[in-house]
Design a protein around this ligand. Structure first.
Ligand code: OAD
Length: 244
């Protein structure tokens, strides 16, 4: 950032450098500068539909072809995107910190690609698909390019291994997230609108447990009230600046 003396940046940088354990929560905003559209706001549309209308079990039941067309488009888009300086700064923060967990709502795999290791994907991953009947998992890259993909084991319909609206989050990921929230001294919340539960409550839970909360977002969110400091700006610029 061009203003290293901004008091919000300075305060956030101090909170982070003083912490021996940090839990990060990321949302779609951290990948926006890589060219991955966010869910809400401009760019969150596909063929004029909101992503949130298609990412539901009901939409898949009614029209699996359309939902798969949407996910094939997302997979194609992801094949061409790279982590941005925000993802890379979070990987660097992990290397500097004794206790570090990165909880992400994103299914794009960009944190791991940037070098983050301790990643908890609470909404699953687009990199895999699973059978709707027997649960068999397969890399999405191995799916046929057209038509409805079926399970190599039982021939039933495959679906993306992501969590849809109205579905329960994977219990192992939720348990890991709870533990990460319990153990952190600081929670850093990046690029999430803070309106989708349960992630929307993580910052408050961390704060109630005694952690300090730093938020990075283009604009204020409902989580800004919970944060000790909110740094407004693009994650790809703010996060590298916070690491100094
Ligand atoms: P949203 O699309 O709701 O919010 C993206 C947030 O990122 C907004 O608050 C933006 O202001 C902010 N933002 C955008 N560009 C940014 C940038 N360059 N730097 C910093 N912040 C930026 O995405 P999520 O909060 O991730 O769930 O949405 C949560 C969940 O709702 C998603 O995981 C998905 C969605 O429907 C499921 O699919 C189950």
């Amino acid at each position: 950032m061009s203003e290293p003396q901004r008091p919000d940046l300075r305060q956030a940088a101090t909170i982070l450098s003083d912490a021996s354990s940090i839990t990060v929560l990321t949302g779609a905003g951290v990948s926006a500068e890589s060219g991955v559209p966010t869910f809400r706001g401009a760019g969150g549309l596909w063929r004029g539909r909101r992503a949130a209308e298609l990412a539901t079990p009901g939409a898949f039941e009614r029209d699996p072809e359309e939902v798969w067309a949407f996910y094939r488009w997302r997979l194609e888009l992801l094949a061409g995107v790279e982590p941005n300086p925000g993802h890379r700064a979070l990987a660097e923060l992990e290397r500097r910190c004794d206790g570090f967990w990165l909880i992400t709502q994103n299914v794009d795999g960009l944190h791991r690609k940037a070098g983050s290791v301790n990643v908890i994907e609470i909404h699953g991953t687009l990199a895999e698909s699973r059978c709707t009947a027997c649960g068999f998992r397969q890399p999405s890259a191995e799916l046929p390019e057209a038509g409805l993909p079926t399970c190599p084991r039982c021939a039933e319909l495959m679906r993306p291994a992501v969590v849809w609206f109205g579905e329960a989050l994977p219990e192992h990921a939720m348990a890991a997230a709870r533990e990460a929230i319990r153990r952190c001294e600081v929670m850093l919340v990046v690029g999430t609108s803070g309106v989708v539960e349960p992630a929307a409550s993580f910052a408050l839970r961390a704060r109630t447990g005694g952690a300090r909360v730093v938020e990075v977002n283009l604009e204020p969110t409902p989580l800004s009230r919970v944060a000790d400091v909110s740094v407004l700006g693009p994650a790809g610029e703010v996060l590298p600046a916070l690491l100094g």
